[in-house]
Design a protein around this ligand. Structure first.
Ligand SMILES: Nc1ncnc2c1ncn2[C@@H]1O[C@H](COP(=O)(O)OP(=O)(O)OP(=O)(O)O)[C@@H](O)[C@H]1O
Ligand SMILES: [Mg+2]
Length: 262
């Protein structure tokens, strides 16, 4: 690989296995997944319900631990961290956006956005303020800063959650179905926002979604089926993604890497 094309990997898992439960009821949610998420890119994770998308995201983000294999944020091996270090890593290096917006109802928009940094006792005052200021414009919430979440639409609340996720300039933002509770117009706004954060602000986003239109906002789609990585699609379009999803449906979602079309 030449220097010019060398990429940094913001997050990756290697031979990731996750088994929930034990004995007869054990579920192998991840069955040996290796995948890297490049820095400065927007990656979507797709696959049938139950294919392990959320599990992959949670394990890659240090919200859950793998049964076998390893997960890295940058060069940091998550399995080598004790609980305290893992908590600090999640706070300082990772941002999260969930389907439910998870805002604090008693805090204003401005307070919700800066909450993670306030908790961290932000060290670089002016630089942080400038960054947050730019972020507020990117998410288009300047005139809502002193409102509370209950006074905002769902789309606006999710934009606050996106701003909060990026507030501490994390290495990577993980989003699990961030548009799942939004109408298509609000969803488009949030997706546009994630795309702009990546392309204009050099951020890294990994997003789980069911929606081919949402996935088309990403630079690349990775497809899971039955806890395995089965495909990667650079430069996705909604049509191409939809066709790929239909192929899953036709094969009952059971097609594995290396197997040809049935
Ligand atoms: N805490 C848990 N305990 C037991 N089984 C679990 C747990 N979490 C997930 N699973 C199982 O692991 C498998 C993968 O689940 P996961 O939530 O990762 O799927 P998903 O691809 O995100 O699905 P969806 O699209 O429905 O959100 C499923 O069979 C699920 O039932
Ligand atoms: Mg899920």
């Amino acid at each position: 690989m030449s220097t010019a094309t060398r990429t940094r990997t913001a997050a990756r898992v290697v031979d990731a296995v996750k088994v929930y439960g034990g004995g007869d009821t054990a579920v192998r949610a991840l069955d040996g997944v290796s995948v890297g998420f490049e820095a400065g890119r927007f990656t979507a994770i797709m696959g049938p319900s139950g294919s392990g998308k959320s599990t992959l995201m949670h394990c890659a983000a240090g919200l859950d631990t793998l049964s076998a294999g390893s997960a890295f944020i940058g060069d940091t091996d998550l399995s080598a961290l004790d609980d305290r270090r893992l908590t600090l890593l999640r706070r300082d290096r990772i941002g999260f956006v969930f389907q439910g917006f998870n805002l604090v109802p008693t805090l204003t928009v401005a307070e919700n956005i800066t909450l993670p940094m306030d908790l961290a006792g932000a060290k670089d005052g002016d630089a942080s303020r400038e960054w947050i200021d730019a972020l507020v414009d990117v998410v288009g919430l300047r005139d809502r800063l002193h409102h509370r979440p209950s006074e905002l639409s769902g789309g606006q609340q999710q934009r606050v959650a996106v701003a909060r996720a990026f507030a501490g300039r994390p290495d990577v933002v993980f989003a699990d179905e961030p548009t799942g509770n939004l109408d298509s117009r609000s969803g488009e706004e949030v997706l546009g926002l994630l795309g702009r954060a990546v392309r204009q602000m050099d951020r890294t986003v990994v997003m789980v979604t069911h929606d081919p239109v949402a996935a088309a906002h990403a630079d690349e789609v990775v497809f899971l089926a039955d806890g395995r990585l089965v495909d990667r699609m650079p430069d996705p379009t909604a049509d191409k993604v939809l066709d790929r999803m239909k192929a899953f449906d036709a094969s009952g979602g059971a097609r594995r890497e290396g197997e040809g079309p049935s």
